[in-house]
Design a protein around this ligand. Structure first.
Ligand code: DAH
Length: 337
């Protein structure tokens, strides 16, 4: 038997010397090292060896198994560490960069506007996106046949004719008046919805910040003063503004606040429809009917209100000339701000 063991040892050594890759190494394992392999077969045969030979045969066989297994392990490690996947690591390559998220430009504008108004003493209030016709229109002094109620302009909730997606943040004024006693000084940021064609200047879903101040003897001069302080803080001391008479059902008198066009600086261009000015807010003195709807006596109190479109303000600050770019979610655009 010792003879047989020596023969197998020579065979194993030669085979090991010729192994070139992991596949050949595995064939080696299957031939010699597994339970039904050649080494195990000799162990099996040992049972029939004469008792005097058994200790030597056992020692020789154990030795052979040990040699075969440790050589196998060594080769296995060698083939693993030189496998293609590991070889290809190039430590000189630059690492992968992960961009951290940032606030969306619209949200940033909104936060900044809220900061300025809170500094000026305004609190912050919110109302529901799904409104009823009363808060969105009637309480704000819209006549029953006002075109804004038209199916063309307002998204109505199908299952309930009286529910709609609010078309502006002004209904929050009514909710605040119904819940607080004057003096009231707050802003109301939020999302608004209009059934409008989407183009470079308008979206069907956008954001507004509403403002409301109610006290005894509030004057138009205070409205003008507050908006000018805000606008200069937001756009810088050098920007120029104008108040232009306008009409809203919920204010009397009403005005619009314009800023010099950021693209043409007043010369006239496509963005400002060649007027040199861009409208950034509607405002006015709160209509007595609106005060009444809010449970406030117009004989005792007066107030002013205003509403800014946040996307419009964001375009002015970023120089983006198409409002749709804000929501295309192209990181190449958003990453710049
Ligand atoms: N709600 C108006 C709109 O969506 C904006 C507005 C104008 C709000 C005048 C006001 C205001 O509070 O006084 O176009």
């Amino acid at each position: 038997m010792v003879e047989q063991i020596k023969k197998l040892e020579t065979e194993i050594r030669t085979t090991l010397g010729n192994i070139k890759d992991a596949v050949e190494l595995d064939l080696f394992r299957l031939k010699y090292l597994v339970k039904k392999g050649s080494i195990a077969a000799l162990f099996e045969q040992m049972k029939d060896a004469p008792p005097s030979e058994k200790p030597i045969v056992g020692r020789e066989l154990n030795l052979l198994r040990h040699i075969a297994e440790s050589e196998y392990k060594e080769l296995k490690e060698k083939f693993n560490s030189s496998s293609p996947a590991k070889k290809q690591i190039d430590l000189t390559l630059p690492g992968r960069t992960h961009f951290t998220g940032t606030f969306h430009p619209t949200l940033r504008t909104m936060d900044e506007m809220i900061d300025i108004f809170t500094e000026l003493g305004f609190g912050v209030a919110e109302g529901p996106d799904i409104e009823d016709g009363y808060h969105n229109f009637d309480a704000l002094n819209f006549p029953p046949d006002h075109p804004a109620r038209d199916m063309q302009d307002t998204f109505f909730i199908k299952s309930d004719k009286d529910l709609l997606l609010r078309t502006h943040t002004s209904p929050v004024q009514i909710r605040v008046m119904q819940n607080q006693k004057p003096p009231i000084r707050c802003i109301m940021p939020g999302r608004v919805y209009r059934n409008e064609a989407i183009n470079a200047r308008s979206l069907a879903e956008f954001h507004q910040i509403e403002g409301l101040y109610i006290n005894k003897k509030v004057s138009l001069a205070e409205l003008k003063g507050t908006l000018m302080v805000f606008a200069k803080k937001m756009y810088g001391e050098n920007s120029s503004f104008r108040f232009r008479p306008s009409f809203f059902p919920f204010t009397e008198p009403s005005a619009e606040l314009d800023i010099t066009c950021y693209l043409c600086h007043g010369a006239g261009c496509r963005i400002c429809k060649h007027s040199g000015w861009l409208e950034i807010a509607g405002c006015g003195m709160v209509h007595p009917n609106v005060l009444r709807a809010g449970g406030i006596d117009p004989e005792v109190y007066s107030g002013y209100a205003f509403g800014f479109g946040i996307e419009r303000v964001t375009l002015l600050r970023t120089g983006i000339d198409d409002i749709r770019l804000l929501y295309d979610n192209d990181v190449r655009v958003l990453r710049q701000f």
